[in-house]
Ligand binder design. Structure first.
Ligand code: SAH
Length: 490
């Protein structure tokens, strides 16, 4: 049996792209992924369809997975020879208990690697406009836990040396004890007017920052109702935020946008949403399974001259030709005239030496549509009267996509569902149907915005109320005008 391997992977602080290349590769290889609450759930879409996902946060009707249970899970799967990824927020070694988890593996002689991540204390600080070190303002920094092992949870640190010896101090898990922290620092020698700031949900679009001094920050944070996850930064370097802030206060700050597929077509749109400060998740909700059978291909070759073959996508052309080849069939045996649904498909056919006409389906007498299930489904809505079709590819939903979708919504990382085409609308509706996700959980929490009348008709037929944006209308404005900004309470 192959021996197991465990990767401890730092998922980064939140922004979906702040994971290392090496960390992402490990995720893609994993058989089992054991993940924490504070990771960006969209990272789960990178895992294989058949990977097992284990959540360590609060499960429905259960408690958080205890540390012993997490370690047990890692061990069980590694011993079965699996590749296990233990995915942790930020960096695994910064208040991430990696030491304890690794110790157990070392005892059991199980191979492991630790892949560092970007820790919240440095990243969230920088995203609030504050470099953690600065030649003039900060020659040293310390990361300190704000949650200690004392009975009341207050941190057990040596306040004197910390207050006097370190210029910039970053507290993790400290919001609850902020008042104790500021009082102790002042008592032990830090000036009352030392700058302090608190950053919540750092590096996400919904990041919030509260600025003040050691004397004022606790009250300000309470007023702003900031809760975990947040870091506290103490040190005069924090004053630089007023000059250097670069991330927050963009046009679309506080907006999380979910698009139900990833396509070339949306590249420009996605880029401008991101540049303007939104978190954008292009979520391919459906996984494709090729399933063309030899019987079906045979049938096609026996169609008559009176029937017209209509290719619905370039991919359907390739899949069809491959299936012909695999079944020892010859395209020249097909007598039916060939049509393409659009110019791109026509060009693909032409490149392969196949002449076709552009199809206007309603004018064809007996079209046979060739394409994937989603393409065919969307055509059916437009042209209900055709009878024959060849479904080349089918789709299914996978656990990782359901998990990522649910968590993005539950943990309030998205507030807008942006559906940019009728095909995407069908994908979304199919996904909800196949996954069993209650439509209400989506429409009660998200604003649905869509492009094009057809798209809105499909969504409305599935009882998903939409706000449509018209050609020429700026999607940015539509999303900005949405009333709900992401809630930031944890
Ligand atoms: N290993 C993680 C820290 C885990 S402890 C890391 O290296 O970042 C959890 C604490 O990290 C939270 O209570 C909070 O203080 C901090 N934290 C994690 N993600 C954060 C974020 N996006 N913004 C602000 N603080 C964050």
């Amino acid at each position: 049996m192959k021996s197991g391997m465990v990767y401890f992977v730092g998922a980064g602080p939140g922004d979906i792209d702040l994971i290392t290349v090496k960390g992402k590769q490990a995720l893609q290889e994993a058989d089992v992924v054991i993940f924490d609450r504070l990771i960006n759930p969209f990272l789960l879409t990178a895992v294989r369809d058949d990977a097992k996902l284990i959540y360590c946060g609060k499960q429905p009707c259960k408690h958080t997975l205890r540390q012993e249970d997490i370690q047990k899970e890692i061990l069980i799967h590694a011993r079965k020879g699996k590749t296990v990824v233990r995915l942790k927020g930020g960096d695994p070694a910064v208040f991430g208990r990696v030491g304890e988890e690794v110790e157990l593996l070392a005892e059991h002689r199980i191979a492991y690697e630790i892949i560092p991540g970007i820790t919240a204390g440095i990243a969230a600080t920088m995203y609030s406009g504050v470099p953690i070190t600065h030649r003039k303002h900060s020659n040293s920094f310390a990361v300190v836990t704000g949650h200690g092992s004392k009975d009341d949870g207050t941190p057990n640190v040596e306040w004197g040396p910390l207050a006097k010896g370190v210029e910039t101090i970053v507290f993790y898990m400290g919001v609850k004890h902020l008042r104790t922290i500021t009082t102790e620092l002042i008592k032990n020698g830090k000036e009352k007017d030392t700058a302090a700031l608190v950053v919540q949900w750092g590096t996400y679009s919904k990041q919030r920052t509260v600025e003040g001094s050691l004397a004022t920050i606790a009250n300000k944070v309470k007023q702003a109702n900031i809760t975990n996850p947040a870091i506290i930064v103490v040190g005069d370097v924090a004053k630089l935020r007023s000059k250097l802030a670069w991330f927050d206060n963009k046009q679309l700050s506080g907006r999380g946008v979910l698009i139900p597929s990833k396509t070339e077509m949306n590249q420009q749109l996605v880029k401008s949403l991101k540049v303007n400060g939104a978190d954008v998740y292009e979520h391919n909700l459906l996984t494709q399974v090729e399933n063309i059978g030899s019987e079906q291909v045979n049938q096609i070759t026996q169609l008559s001259k009176e029937q017209q073959l209509v290719f619905l996508s370039t991919q359907s052309v390739y899949t069809f030709l491959r299936a012909l080849g695999e079944n020892d069939l010859d395209l020249r045996k097909i007598e039916s005239p060939i049509y393409a649904i659009d110019n791109a498909v026509k060009a693909t056919l032409q490149m392969l030496g196949i002449q076709s006409s552009l199809a206007s389906i309603c004018e064809l007498q007996s079209p046979v549509l060739i394409g994937g299930d989603v393409e065919i489904e969307s055509m059916r809505l437009e042209y209900p009267k055709w009878k024959e079709e060849l479904v080349l590819t089918k789709h299914k939903v996978s656990q990782k996509d359901i998990e990522a979708f649910n968590r993005l919504i539950e943990e309030q990382h998205v507030n807008t569902l942006l559906v940019t085409s009728s095909k995407e609308a069908i994908q979304l509706v199919t996904f909800l149907k196949l996954s069993g996700i209650e439509k209400d959980s989506v429409i009660n929490t998200l604003n649905v915005v869509c492009r094009g009348i057809e798209t809105s008709l499909i969504l409305e037929a599935a009882k998903i109320p939409v706000k449509r944006f018209r050609e020429g209308e700026n999607i940015m404005t539509v999303i900005r005008e949405e009333e709900t900004v992401l809630a930031v309470e944890s």
